[in-house]
Design a protein around this ligand. Structure first.
Ligand code: PLP
Length: 478
């Protein structure tokens, strides 16, 4: 593709938008400029390809398409059928799954679809079965009452939040914590690793309907074969939320025991993190759960987003190319180089390193909270996010950790040498930031002191590091 095609496409789009609301066109342009300038280490973000981005900006957005391919509640869905079927086919081929449902709008939505599918499949309520076969009107008030009690009394066992689990794995601020009676498994305090014997113990005692694996902030591989054995022993459905590491599964970095697809009954994911697609979600499963999963819309999802499904088809086609496997390998090599660079400079890392795309720095050794460290790094042109560490004394708001990840910088082309340089910049900021005090002299968990000249110097160094690796090099808006 020539440089001209991409630049022309985005320039023309902005011109058309500018004619209606110039401030939106300006904001879109400014967002590209900001993204180009920042050293993005947010583990859950990436840069989708121009083809993926362009596939979203079109008239597919106008179409209602409730239902599934070939079985729609609206007429005229033949073209939506084409892109949804393509996205599903690419997903099945890429991950070796029997069934793929590509309608979820996000990772949280994909999890809701999966929870509902498992409940509908596993809860042996005659009222529920009637509700499933659309005999809803035959249900009495007593039926409904019994059904809701039964649905509301199911159990979920997932990874605890401070060990790296996600809110949707049964925690109270999310609907999953209100739908399910939840218990969580943590990590070994000495090693920071999942202790599978402890997971098995908790599962035997709690007997969950759903055992969930998957994480937002655990820097290691998970052995899904062992987790499945635990689920089987207690009769649980084994669900894996691979939102963060789907790109590593797609790129065959995680294989065998570490590939969730052959081991889990149901797998959910986002499409926009390490998988580098459009903002969205997806569910993979075997034939047993496929019918229930396909009821996602309208059961828990709003109408499908055909323009995003088109973009999913494009991104998944990209992920099936050999270059993507190389990209996935480089994500991990970069994360390991970053971890080694930080360790060499004295940082304390949760689990002592990484074997995936993310690194969790325990910043308490610098006398900082995660919030202070996050802001000081941001002042210095380094975008990260604060994150709880296991048994975090500062809770989920201030935290004691900084989570960093390499999918985005790897997309830009940065390699292991630049990761070492990045470690040096992070080290410089964290060692020279001190905790601030409140007006009354008490220690603050939010305020910090960082020399502006140092922040400025590091920002410039970060820009220099990025200058060799332009973002969207073929897109010229000027
Ligand atoms: N599941 C996991 C493990 C995640 O880390 C996240 C997002 O951070 C989600 C689900 C939710 O994804 P989304 O923001 O697309 O709803």
């Amino acid at each position: 593709m020539s440089l001209n095609a991409e630049s022309t496409a985005f320039r023309s789009a902005l011109e058309v938008i500018r004619a209606v609301e110039p401030r939106v066109a300006d904001a879109i342009g400014a967002e590209l400029a900001d993204q180009r300038e920042s050293l993005k280490l947010i583990a859950s973000e990436n840069y989708a390809s121009p083809a993926t981005l362009l596939a979203m900006g079109n008239w597919f957005s106008d179409k209602y398409a409730e239902g599934t391919v070939g079985r729609r509640f609206y007429a005229g869905c033949q073209n939506v059928d084409t892109v949804e079927a393509l996205a599903a086919e690419h997903a099945r081929e890429l991950f070796g799954a029997a069934h793929a449902y590509v309608q979820p709008h996000s990772g949280i939505d994909a999890n809701l679809v999966a929870f509902w599918a498992v409940l509908a499949d596993r809860v042996e309520s005659p009222a529920l079965k009637k509700a499933q076969v659309r005999q809803v009107n035959e249900l009495t008030e007593a039926d409904w009452f019994a059904l809701r009690r039964e649905l509301g009394n199911q159990r979920m066992l997932g990874m605890s939040l401070d060990a790296g689990g996600h809110l949707t794995h049964g925690f109270r601020p999310n609907i999953s914590g209100k739908m399910f009676d939840q218990r969580s498994y943590g990590t070994d305090p000495a090693t920071g690793l999942i202790d599978y014997d402890k997971v098995a113990e908790a599962a035997r005692e709690f007997k969950p309907l759903i055992l969930v694996a998957g994480y937002s902030a655990y820097p290691r591989k998970v052995n899904f074969r062992i987790m499945r054995e635990i689920a089987d022993e207690v009769g649980a459905t084994f669900m894996v939320d691979m939102a963060h590491f789907a790109g590593l599964v797609a790129g065959k970095v995680f294989t065998g025991d570490f590939d969730p697809v052959p081991h889990a009954h149901i797998v959910t994911t986002t499409t926009h993190k390490s998988l580098r697609g459009p903002r969205g979600g997806m569910v993979l499963c075997g034939p047993e759960l496929a019918d229930q999963v396909d009821r996602g819309c309208p059961m828990v999802l709003g109408g499908p987003l055909p323009h995003v499904m088109a973009a999913k088809a494009v991104a998944l086609a990209e992920a099936r190319r050999p270059e993507f496997a190389d990209y996935a390998q480089r994500i991990v090599a970069n994360a390991q180089a970053l971890a080694e660079g930080l360790l060499r400079r004295g940082a304390k890392l949760v689990t002592g390193g990484t074997d995936n795309h993310l690194v969790l720095i325990d910043v308490s050794g610098y006398g900082l909270t995660g919030r202070q460290a996050e802001q000081a790094l941001l002042d210095s042109g380094i975008v990260t996010n604060r994150n709880a560490v296991p048994q975090d004394p500062n809770g989920a708001w201030y935290t004691s950790g900084i989570r960093i990840g390499t999918p985005a910088l790897t997309t830009r082309g940065l390699g292991t040498a630049e990761m070492d340089a990045t470690a040096e910049l992070i080290h410089a900021v964290l060692t020279q930031t001190t905790a601030g005090a409140n007006a009354d002299g008490t220690p603050s968990k939010a305020k910090y002191v960082l020399d502006a000249a140092l922040a400025d110097k590091v920002s410039k160094q970060a820009s220099e590091l990025l200058a060799t690796f332009p973002l969207y090099p073929a897109v010229n808006l000027a």
